[in-house]
Write a protein that binds this ligand. Structure first.
Ligand code: ADP
Ligand code: MG
Length: 571
């Protein structure tokens, strides 16, 4: 075939293919337009998975009558005027592609009125061309109706999933923007039924309640810039991180509950995901993923939003600084606000069963009618108070008295936490405490384990294992981590290798750390002397995260003086 320029319609459809992948992509573009227009109320209606009908109604600035047909021209936008503006994009849209792309693959109607027009403008488009235009009454704002999506592109239609799946993508998209913009009241009606409604009151916690429900919202912790820094503005890199993150026990099996908004734009980002997961390391169970809603604000010039067809990925100029800012902010929020669970709530909070009673910092009841929520869950003690050891029960729990009542400490979980933090710190400082063996020991391994040992030798060395290959399937062990001195280190290594075999490469380091923390920690069932208990409690007071073991289970539960008085009928 000779080279020729394609006709307008084909060009438009090719371009549309990049922007409009599925009904949810249309919703995203229309909601972004409404937000750019300054709307404070946005209603989304969906029928037939978004294929039969999609309608977005807003109360934003509207499109001036004279500009309405122009809005459907390719590369026609009111948001930037030249290349210089591309360096500094503050709006969500900027390419002028969405409306023409949608009109190329669906029937579109727009009814809009701006402040300067006496009447509204109605325009109807079919096959990318105007079929009707008229004056029509309307309050300030815009309604865009999209019908018969992809009717002219059967190939795309074939690739769509079931109606519930497409509805799910749409609901997710609207939910994300509801979380990004708590000051905007969103409403989503699917097949005639309202499935999401946010108040637009402006508090993130309200949006979190509307999207995730009151039970999840009650376990969210506020992420705030440190007081001093906040007063002085964002940190050195100009990055400000705010939002909410879930307490570790909210861990989910997938990454679907991580929301990132960069200058209000909803984005997917491996970098940000990794930063958050790093912050939870050692606090959440391996294989579990946190819930987080994070706003990352930085100067528009420091982020390139023009790298993805659907604008759902961005590139940061200073990636490592953004990474550090996010990781630090989330970690601080977790460490500062993790409460010691209260007796009566612990089991409920840490097991899958629905909570019976709720901790004092949680929301009262999952009754949506009269929700009264504090600005953020109140901050509780950062670390443990100084405790006086009273004794041991069941050879498993240490009983202690603190300034406000009774504390019960799980001796194994607590010791695991102490060892974990110690090892982690030694690793971070590259100063492992090593116990040289008087006579080198030998360790025989299977061929698969040889491979794993080869992969993990550096990590193992960083914790204090000195291993040398000695023949094909044998290693000489010359030193072990000091924490394993006098322990069955060979047994620990063998168990660790077995566990590492099932672990993804990226999780291996964490597994080594967790194994070393666990083995050699005092067991449940082990009688402890007073001196041993005191030492353990002192060490726990010193750790940065005394309230949970590395798997996210509690180390301490607390029965307050007030609770004791209530239980005994004294108050
Ligand atoms: P972009 O958002 O990149 O500018 P679009 O094709 O999405 O491109 O929209 C084209 C133009 O139409 C926008 O620049 C804006 O001026 C106008 N527009 C679209 N939707 C709305 C709306 N809901 N309210 C006000 N103006 C709108
Ligand atoms: Mg747009």
């Amino acid at each position: 075939m000779p080279i020729k320029v394609l006709d307008r319609d084909t060009i438009a459809q090719i371009a549309a293919g990049e922007v409009v992948e599925r009904p949810a992509s249309v919703v995203k573009e229309l909601v972004e337009n409404a937000l750019d227009a300054g709307a404070t109320q946005i209603r989304v209606e969906v029928k037939g998975g978004g294929v039969s009908l999609l309608r977005v109604t807003d109360n934003g600035g509207g499109i001036p009558a004279a500009e309405v047909p122009l809005a459907f021209e390719r590369h026609a936008t009111s948001k930037i005027s030249g290349t210089a503006d591309l360096e500094n994009i503050a709006s969500l849209g900027f390419r002028g592609e969405a409306l023409p792309s949608i009109a190329a693959v669906a029937g579109v109607e727009v009814l809009t009125r701006s402040d300067n027009d006496a009447a509204g403008t109605f325009i109807q488009m079919e096959g990318g061309a105007v079929t009707r235009q008229a004056s029509q009454a309307r309050a300030r704002g815009t309604t865009v109706t999209v019908r018969n999506l992809f009717r002219r592109v059967p190939a795309r239609l074939k690739f769509l999933k079931s109606t519930p799946t497409e509805n799910g993508h749409i609901a997710n998209c609207v939910s994300q923007y509801a979380l990004a913009c708590p000051e905007v009241a969103f409403e989503l009606a699917v097949e005639g039924k309202t499935t999401l409604r946010t108040s637009g009151r402006g508090r993130l916690i309200d949006a979190v309640i509307d999207v995730y429900g009151v039970a999840t919202a009650g376990k969210m912790l506020a992420v705030k810039p440190p007081e001093g820094e906040f007063a002085a503005g964002p940190d050195a890199a100009g990055v400000t991180v705010t939002g909410m993150v879930g307490a570790p026990e909210l861990g989910r099996s997938g990454r679907g509950h991580l929301s990132f908004f960069v200058n209000r734009r909803w984005v997917n980002s491996r970098l940000l995901t990794y930063a958050v997961e790093e912050a939870y390391r050692g606090l959440i169970m391996v294989g579990r993923h946190p819930v987080a809603v994070l706003n990352i604000a930085l100067p528009p010039a420091d982020v390139d939003v023009n790298i993805h067809p659907a604008k759902s990925e961005v590139k940061f100029r200073a990636e490592s600084e953004v990474f550090r800012a996010v990781q630090r902010a989330v970690r601080q929020a977790l460490v500062a606000q993790m409460p010691v669970p209260q007796v009566g709530e612990t089991a409920a909070a840490y097991q899958a069963a629905p909570p019976r009673a709720r901790a004092s910092w949680m929301l009262p009841q999952p009754d949506r009618a009269d929700i009264s929520v504090p600005e953020a869950p109140p901050t509780l003690a950062t670390s443990l108070p100084v405790l006086r050891v009273v004794g041991q029960v069941m050879n498993a729990y240490i009983v202690a008295e603190g300034p406000d009542g009774l504390y019960l400490i799980d001796q194994h979980a607590a010791h695991e936490r102490i060892r974990y933090d110690k090892l982690r710190q030694q690793r971070a400082e590259s100063r492992p405490q090593i116990q040289g063996l008087l006579e080198p020991g030998t360790l025989e391994v299977t061929p698969q384990q040889t491979q794993i040992l080869g992969d993990c030798r550096e990590s193992l060395a960083a914790y204090g294992f000195a291993l040398e290959p000695f023949g094909e399937r044998t290693y000489l062990v010359r030193a072990v981590p000091a924490l394993l001195a006098g322990e069955d280190w060979a047994g620990v290594l063998r168990e660790m290798l077995a566990a590492l075999a099932g672990e993804a490469r990226g999780d291996r380091e964490e597994r080594i750390l967790a194994s070393l923390a666990c083995h050699g920690a005092v067991r449940s069932g082990q009688a402890l002397s007073d001196a041993e208990m005191r030492a353990l409690v002192r060490d726990l007071e010193q750790t940065a995260n005394p309230h949970t073991c590395p798997h996210g289970r509690p180390t301490v539960i607390h029965l307050s003086a007030g609770q004791l008085e209530r239980e005994f009928g004294r108050s």
